[in-house]
Design a protein. Structure first.
Length: 158
């Protein structure tokens, strides 16, 4: 009987954690896209203005000179994906565009536009991250109570 409870508990924990990682990946991508659209970096700071040669280049190619920053065709924005990996217990932010790393990290002649990283509010101590953790801790507790009848133990220790 105890082994069966342990196995059930492990499955509930595993399933809830997988759900948490998937939700975290969704929220990270949503926040990255929001930051992208509002021209902000992972810390929520506005991008620095484009340099004059970049503005001239954009204009000569038929694009608006100053805005939107990081978006002429939409290819970079649309290439961003966030995947959750249960085995490695992490979330990975990916862009299939080759120039994404250069734009994100910058170069000697170009300021970084840090966008393809976990936004500050979703880092472990960030406000949204803390809210998600609390939400899934509550969900885990409710599932354990419902499926294993642990309410007597949990209530006795509150």
């Amino acid at each position: 009987m105890a082994k069966s409870l342990e196995a059930k508990g492990k499955k509930i924990l595993k399933d809830t954690f997988k759900e948490y990682l998937s939700r975290l990946a969704f929220e990270i991508r949503r926040e990255i896209i929001n930051n992208f659209d509002s021209e902000k970096d992972v810390d929520g700071d506005r991008f620095k203005r484009l340099k004059k040669p970049t503005e001239d280049s954009r204009k000569s190619l038929g694009f608006p000179a100053k805005r939107p920053i990081l978006r002429r065709t939409g290819k970079l924005r649309n290439s961003i994906s966030v995947k959750s990996n249960f085995k490695s217990k992490n979330v990975e932010i990916i862009s299939s565009v080759k120039y994404a790393k250069h734009l994100n990290d910058g170069r000697s002649n170009m300021d970084p536009r840090r966008i393809i990283e976990t936004p500050k509010i979703l880092q472990p101590d960030g406000a949204k991250s803390q809210k998600l953790i609390a939400e899934f801790a509550d969900k885990l507790e409710k599932r354990l109570i419902k499926n294993l009848g642990l309410d007597i133990y949990i209530n006795a220790h509150k």
